[in-house]
Design a protein around this ligand. Sequence first.
Ligand code: DQA
Length: 147
Amino acid sequence: MRPTVLVLNGPNLNLLGRREPELYGTVTLAEIEARCHAVAAEHGLRVDFRQSNHEGALVDAVQEGADGIVINPAAYAHTSVALRDALATAGVPIVEVHLTNIHRREAFRHTSHSAAVSDAVICGAGAHGYELALLHLAELMGEEGRG
Ligand code: DQA
């Protein structure tokens, strides 16, 4: 069976495409999901793509387990110790994604609790960031598999 990557999306990302398009672009989450499935398949991976507006549901999803995680925690990156703790015990490679460059935005977005427990962070590359994250995760998972 192909290893599974959980691609997990936090609050308000269900509105992508019509949510502040000047910041987040016009690509929808469904389009990002389709692209993730395609990229993952090219690397022998399977994607379990999810979105929730609820902190606990995101924690539950992490606890369900996967072979690797790509996460855009959205606002919970900046606020959720619970999500950070769930990721810290996941025991699999993790790449965090933000569509925008959070370091170029308001000061409250400059800290990410989840980034501190992730292997890599890609921010500011827009929807393309998800593809980059999957490529890097495939690399990390390959290393783990060989190790
Ligand atoms: C975001 C950045 C967060 O600060 C914000 O709360 C989001 C989206 C991004 O993808 O750029 O909801 O994670």
